[in-house]
Design a protein around this ligand. Sequence first.
Ligand SMILES: Cc1cc2nc3c(=O)[nH]c(=O)nc-3n(C[C@H](O)[C@H](O)[C@H](O)COP(=O)(O)OP(=O)(O)OC[C@H]3O[C@@H](n4cnc5c(N)ncnc54)[C@H](O)[C@@H]3O)c2cc1C
Length: 498
Amino acid sequence: MKKIAIIGGGVAGLSAGIYALKSGFACDIYEQHICAGGECTSWKRKGYHIDNCVHWLTGTNPQKEVYQVWKELHVLGDDVEIIQNNSFLHLESNGESLDLWQDTRRMRKDMLALSPVDADAINTFVDQVETYMLMDMPALKPIEQLSIKEFWRLLKKLRPVGKVHGKLSKISLQQYAKRFKHPLLQKMMLAYMPATYNVSSWLFVLGTFCSGNGALPRGGSEGITNRMVDLFLSLGGTIHTRKRAVNLTLGKKQVESVQFSDGSVAYADYYIMACDTSVVFQKLLPAKYVDKFFAKHYSDKKAHPVYSSFNTYIAVDADTSFLGDTTWFDCEPYWAVGKVQQSVLLKNFITEPTFAPVGKNIFQTLLVQYEDDFNRWEDLYLHNLEQYKEAKHNLANYVVKRIEQQYPQLAGKMEVVETVSPYSFYRFCGAYKGSYMSFILSPYAPKKTSKGRVKGLSNLYLSGQWLQPPGGLPNAAVTGRFTIQRLCKDLKRPFNAQ
Ligand SMILES: Cc1cc2nc3c(=O)[nH]c(=O)nc-3n(C[C@H](O)[C@H](O)[C@H](O)COP(=O)(O)OP(=O)(O)OC[C@H]3O[C@@H](n4cnc5c(N)ncnc54)[C@H](O)[C@@H]3O)c2cc1C
């Protein structure tokens, strides 16, 4: 039986592993951390469940292609409860508020009531959200394996979105926001995603949510990972944890083995690198193997910026049911490692009561951080650990203060239980510049994906979100599937997903 070694046990590595086993390969996953899951993980602090990842999962609508992938991976299915919130985001500013409802008629009505003078811009915006509801991310075959008939069917399916996407993918959120006169509508465009994203990314998120394709599986990130790990193990796979790959031994046009930091070595017929691609190209392979796609993405920072966030987890000894799932509000300025911030994005884990002890609740706040912010966190961590800890502590306390100012009923009832800086994502997952998503789809970025091959190394494949910007869980899972489809095709053997 042909053997595959997968480096990296995140969603992409687990996905590749599951499809490899289903297709008749033997498969071992080597993960540097103490457990599988990568960014899609969780842990405990002071009795609270810290959910690191999922806010929405693209693929919860059974009519869409990605649903089938999640079903094959046991992430979704009849036995998994789906939590569908009725509002994606609740915004508050200057005594006014706005919800981005799943029901687009209600969204339109509320926006028009908020700002009648913006009627044209509002109608265009909600029409565009409705168009993006038709989006169905191709997930079942790599594009080069589609037959002509399948290719035309795909084009036909994507035509309504394609018609507007070309134009909208060249407009940044910042530029689009100026179409609205009302400040809260402008803020709505910039509250959730980095301003450098193109507007189609935001429309994609809202369209996904409004079409019921962006809900939450019960159990959050832990549930997603555990169900994949269970399936992988039940199919006969092995996961080796605390195995950090530090070198690949290269033969003539092939990888011969992989070495780990503990001195051990693994041999396989095929190697799938499902760790962050910056680890592959900057640490494991000589520079000559970086192809055009990655060379361009890592060097052109205007077209392909990255982002991360500073996350604070706050235990709340009070009823938080007056808040929905996710709230954004602007506030008095506060200081965050060299920059002034003026808003808070707050996730209330109210639909997951087991994430906090009985009678208590937990919040997560996310503050977007860019590459220059990551560099500051890195500098502090490497050169002055005490200052790094102090910066995390101070920033978390600022956030708590701003929440207290916004919701005085919570004053004195909140305690910071965990902070995660952009540098933490690098330390624990090897995430490039702390980025836990892939490259941002900016207005200057051509929509390109990588086929996950490394020229000159015929038994090496790549999987993971970095192959398909803007990344996220569905892209990670889909690239794992695509890798095994490509491998099966190379070997002229059947691919089996069932
Ligand atoms: C705060 C936050 C919120 C998010 N929200 C969402 C969301 O709502 N929806 C969504 O779709 N996505 C979300 N994401 C993104 C999502 O978590 C990622 O897109 C996805 O988990 C990436 O999976 P991956 O397998 O490609 O990469 P990773 O998860 O990075 O997995 C790579 C694995 O490789 C391992 N590794 C690295 N180097 C080595 C080495 N040298 N040797 C061995 N192993 C190595 C790492 O430890 C890691 O386990 C969020 C992420 C975060 C952190």
